[in-house]
Design a protein around this ligand. Structure first.
Ligand SMILES: Nc1nc2c(ncn2[C@@H]2O[C@H](COP(=O)(O)OP(=O)(O)OP(=O)(O)O)[C@@H](O)[C@H]2O)c(=O)[nH]1
Ligand SMILES: [Mg+2]
Length: 425
């Protein structure tokens, strides 16, 4: 397992809670990128020296790297190229900042080709200024090419620029295909529910609480189904639930598109659950909600958003009432849950149900034949079969979307007309 040392440089003016929650955020990010966190270091920024890391701290980091065998030093704070270079050299360990770490996570979460290209584009944008600096250092006859910086040739910068322009062209072409996907999905009649929300809000916990464990999602919708999509049922209706990568505040501009493309599933959803950690101080809740709204507004077309206030087990009834009223303008009619304790889940499911397209209920008569049987089994897949009887024909009481009922009715008519319906389904 890859080992990482985390460094958080405290803002002297920032309150303690803020500083420690940043370190916690970095730790969770590192873990979701697959690192084992071997040590955590904090440093209070010296306002006079601004972003310089002192000799003492660098020595401390070198010692930790040597003792723990860490493969990476990860800073919460954004680092300049020269800082990355200097720290990598001194500590003999690859050094990255939070944004590079986030990029690593996006790379693992990117499922669609479009998302993968966006992530690659962001990586190249991150690399480009690095390449420029290295090339200029090389020209000064210094030869860095070490650790976090890699070894660079003179042509490297040019290669990056070429690749960036090729990716941009390719992405422009893909945008159109992608927009067609939503239409295709609707024609197939699937309802998808997507989980969105700030990182650490409890999306994945809620995901595991809601889905039918061990139920494989049938591979009918996507060519490769993401491992974070599973089925679940509400009042007999089968739905798909998708977990997504969490929102993070203050993303630099070169990361935003990569981030949005990992949310492609949200763009395809019929209902969006916006999960909020309601146990946090109200100012932080508001700030995170605004960040989520900004992104969602652009991304979605007309899907309803259900606000889900999670982690209520952590706060008193009184605090909850107070917070709900303070954030009401951002989260109207929220559903209150505790994902880890499983409370409020049924209410949430019923709320989701209220947004689903209405299905028709019909009594149908089908022939006892291969085609009749296959239609009946198709109805089990596509709708809710309330009752089925086998006499000289198959009597089905079924609830399903319009297209399914209409197709089945066409076959029923054939039964009456010819006695031998063709297998049309
Ligand atoms: N007390 C309490 N803790 C919870 C609840 N739901 C989730 N947590 C905890 O919150 C932390 C984050 O939960 P996750 O489900 O991983 O959060 P997430 O939104 O998927 O986070 P990202 O994947 O990083 O975006 C975990 O330590 C959970 O155990 C809850 O209802 N109550
Ligand atoms: Mg998660």
């Amino acid at each position: 397992m890859k080992k990482a040392v985390l460094v958080q440089r405290n803002e002297p003016e920032s309150e303690e809670y803020r500083n420690s929650s940043r370190l916690q955020e970095l730790k969770e990010l590192a873990e979701s990128a697959g690192y084992l966190v071997v040590d955590e270091v904090t440093q209070t920024k010296n306002p006079d020296r601004n972003y310089q890391i002192g000799r003492g701290k660098a020595d401390e980091l070198s010692r930790i790297v040597a003792e723990t065998g860490a493969n990476k030093i990860i800073f919460y704070n954004q680092l300049s190229i020269m800082q990355i270079y200097n720290i990598s050299q001194t500590c003999r360990c690859e050094t990255i900042d939070k944004f590079h770490l986030i990029l690593e996570i996006f790379a693992t979460k990117a499922k669609t080709k479009r998302a993968k290209y966006q992530v690659e584009l962001a990586k190249l944008h991150y690399e480009l200024p690095k390449a420029k600096t290295i090339v200029s250092l090389l020209k000064k006859k210094e030869r860095p090419g070490f650790m976090g910086l890699g070894s660079y040739e003179d042509s490297y910068e040019k290669d990056i620029k070429n690749r960036i322009s090729r990716l941009r062209n390719e992405l422009g072409r893909m945008q159109k295909d992608y927009e067609n996907l939503r239409t295709t999905r609707h024609n197939k009649g699937f309802s998808i529910v997507a989980l969105a929300g700030y990182t650490n809000a409890g999306k994945s916990t809620l995901f595991s609480e809601m889905v039918d464990e061990n139920v494989e999602v049938e591979n009918r919708l996507f060519t490769t189904l993401s491992p974070t999509t599973r089925s679940f049922q509400v009042n007999g209706r089968k739905l798909l639930l998708t977990d997504t990568v969490g929102f993070i505040e203050d993303l630099p501009h070169w990361l935003i598109d990569a981030f949005k493309s990992t949310l492609d599933e949200i763009f395809l959803a019929d209902v969006i659950l916006l999960v909020v950690d309601v146990s946090e101080p109200v100012e932080i809740i508001k700030k995170k909600l605004v960040a989520c709204h900004d992104t969602l507004w652009e991304q979605i077309e007309d899907a309803p958003i259900i606000a889900v206030l999670n982690k209520v087990d952590r706060i008193s009834e009184e605090d909850l009432v107070c917070r709900i009223s303070e954030i009401e303008y951002l989260t109207p009619n929220p559903i209150i849950i505790s994902a880890s304790e499983g409370t409020g889940i049924e209410t949430l499911k019923q709320k989701i149900f209220s947004y689903l397209p209405v299905w028709k209920r019909k009594d149908l008569q089908l022939p006892i034949s291969d085609s009749g049987m296959s239609i009946a089994s198709w109805l089990f897949d596509e709708g809710i079969v309330h009752n089925i009887k086998y006499t000289d024909r198959i009597l089905v009481d079924v609830e399903a979307r319009d297209e399914v009922i209409n197709k089945a009715k066409a076959v029923e008519r054939e039964l009456h007309a010819y006695g031998h319906p063709k297998n049309q389904l």
